[in-house]
Design a protein around this ligand. Sequence first.
Ligand code: H2U
Ligand code: ZN
Length: 338
Amino acid sequence: MFDWKQDPHRRLNPLTGEWVLVSPHRTQRPWQGQVEESARAPQPEYDPSCYLCPGNERAGGARNPRYTSTFVFDNDFAALRPDTPPDRFDQDGILVAQGEPGICRVVCFSPRHDLTIAHMEPADLRRVVDTWAGQYRELGARESIRYVQIFENRGAMMGCSNAHPHCQIWSNSHLPNEVSKEQASQLAWREARARCLICDYAALEAARRERLVEENASWMVVVPFWAVWPFETMVMPRRHVAAIDALNDAERNGLADILKRLIARYDRLFAAPFPYSMGFHQSPTDGEAHPEWHLHLHFHPPLLRSATVRKFLVGYELLAAPQRDLTPEAAAERLRSA
Ligand code: H2U
Ligand code: ZN
């Protein structure tokens, strides 16, 4: 048996069926990066030039109300439109395309321009959780919407230029690629074993604990065994729940709590606001029962060694398979001690 602290090996992601190459021997090199205390200008509570602040005008000409908690609006530059004809084009099974109706929204977490999830009050974060659940249910109830993707880009490194705390929702009529892979894997697991893949995974991680980063009564956070990004994490409810709108009161408060603690931990890791893309994966909204689905979130942060040194997925990773040096166990250890 190889030594997974020393020997190159590949690990399977059972949610996608894809492999990641792990080269732990390369981290035997001394730690080269330094932790920079980044002197960032603090953000103002209200920014007159921000298109998300209450009362301000947006790029499309609409004006935000003077909202006092969360605020949802249709994206002024939506990637999807509800009135798109869903026709299919197919030439010899090679040139295949399809009209894709959908709805894109922006969710402001708070009227305060300067807050991040790590600095919001639990009661205010709970309102964000309820807003996510409400949007999932409302958009998902539409005939043409079969999947609701809730996600947040944070930090300029992830292409988000606006510091105002917000996320996006893209909902559409076909399962996106990543969700489709996870759907197939969870369904196959359930058919083969009559159990849930993520319930089984969570039980393994709860017992082994080496990749555990945070936990509370209703949620766990791990660096997944198959993580691609150095400090990637997966946030899972302990109970088998298919979608966010099925979370009970305690689980909704638990989600607010675990997100706040996880993001604060990320921010402490390199003493800087930690950039990431995060989002929910959950049951499609196609009107079918999906007992195979177990709600979860993925955090994909790009940083590798410091607030400025990031990992790029290039070369071998673009052409062949993702690769990492730092093991998921070592990453979890660093996050635990941050
Ligand atoms: P980021 O979360 O990646 O920063 O994107 C913000 C979204 O806000 C982006 O999708 C939308 C952009 O289309 N937006 C508006 O809907 N109205 C505006 O006035 C500016 C930006
Ligand atoms: Zn703002």
